[in-house]
Design a protein around this ligand. Sequence first.
Ligand code: SIN
Length: 519
Amino acid sequence: MTRAAGRPLIVGSGIAGLYVALRCRDLGLRPTVLTKGRLEESNTRYAQGGIAAAIGSDDSPALHLADTVRAGAGLVNRAAARVLTQEAPARIADLVRLGVPFDTVEGRIALAREAAHSRDRLLHAGGDATGLSIEETLKRRVLEGGIDVRERRVLRSIRLGGKGGVQATFSDPAGRGVEVEEDRPLVLATGGAGSLFLQSSNPSVATGEGVAIAFRAGAEVGDLEFVQFHPTAFAREGAPRFLITEALRGEGAVLRNEAGERFMLGVHPDAELAPRDVVARAITGEIARSGQSHVYLDATRLGRDRLFARFPSVSNFLLTFDLDPSRDLVPVAPVAHYMIGGVVTDLEGRTTLRGLYAAGEVAATGVHGANRLGSNSLIEGLVFGERVARQLARPTPGAPAPAERLLRIAPVPGLGREGEPRLVEEIRTLLWEEVGIVRTGPELSRALARFEEIAREAEPTREGQLAGPTANAALTATLIARAALERKESRGAHYRSDHPRPLAAWRRHVHLRRRERAA
Ligand code: SIN
């Protein structure tokens, strides 16, 4: 094994990044984790519902696979979903070994249900603090294990290295202190792009730059039109769009409109447990009809003790707004939640660029198809993270050993149009309003034209200039809008009112790759 291959760079510190780092270390490698904020800041932290794995006595990987394929609306990569569902129980055992304190009932791991799962198969921890418990446990293990961690390092660009790795440029968040890592394998674990949408359940770090940077470097990206909108985030003027977990509906909470009616009964046989896209669109329709900004989640039948024991984060959050979910209706509305597409990978997490891997939300493994089954994302990060680590640990005989070197460059040429929060806000508004839950061709075309215009202005022009947040946001938004415009049908999370039905001809993926510049 070459020295560089043994020293992978892992960018991002959610479940995928931290787990890949731990497994690389176990396999004898010397990983470095770089994260743009603090180690614990990631989308993983906010995952409430749970992590899916077929470990129940009435469950099996085959049933988990069938549910995953059904939810994915004809676009699931079966081989990838088979890997996911078969390897999930072993990855859960790893988490238990690492010390994740999953909730138990009478000594056995407790299992809950979410929409479109045919069995109870969601493990949870701290009630509805599943992501937080996993993140904290993995973080502790990474720090105890002495893994090299560099915080406040923003990935700015990658390009093919000469010796089997990639050259990666990082800077601090302000674009200063540029560092170039030469020829090391790089694992993108940068998470999703939810916060590029005006209304989102994601933390502000989820800005999708992994997709933009990989695309710029020539990697293939795909399935970006499939943005999953979560039906129920807290919807009160001025309050954060806090996620109100689907597991509440799994336990019996129902949705009501302004008139107090359970409108989902007339929409889908599974009512509130219909697939997420169906529920999100039904709520959007109710909101449009009523002129209100929300509908209501009614969890009163669950009772106070059960609510506060099983859903402490949600219940205590609501109390800070003088709402007691055992007595009061909770105003909720849909938000952007999860990026189904991303950087295209194979079953080992390899992208189309040699030396570049992707794991977690930034990767498009194909397991979610056109619509992700709830709680399949944390487990995806582990299952494919494990495969990436094993891949990295494989010997690569014959490759010359590159020099270990960290190059500091000064003066810093600066970021392209950095510090343009107005443009980023415009992108967020346009994505939400014109590339949102219900899309049309004219709106998508309008949004795309504006994203391309912003991207043209913001892309770095001078040699050595770094792409900043505006350029990355504009490029990611361009790719999402382009894919959504291209797909002239409705399928899974992608709904176009001008093409409202799925079409057999569209049972295929939209993959995008940068056109080579003319020499
Ligand atoms: C939720 O708890 O409702 C979200 C879980 C997920 O998106 O997987």
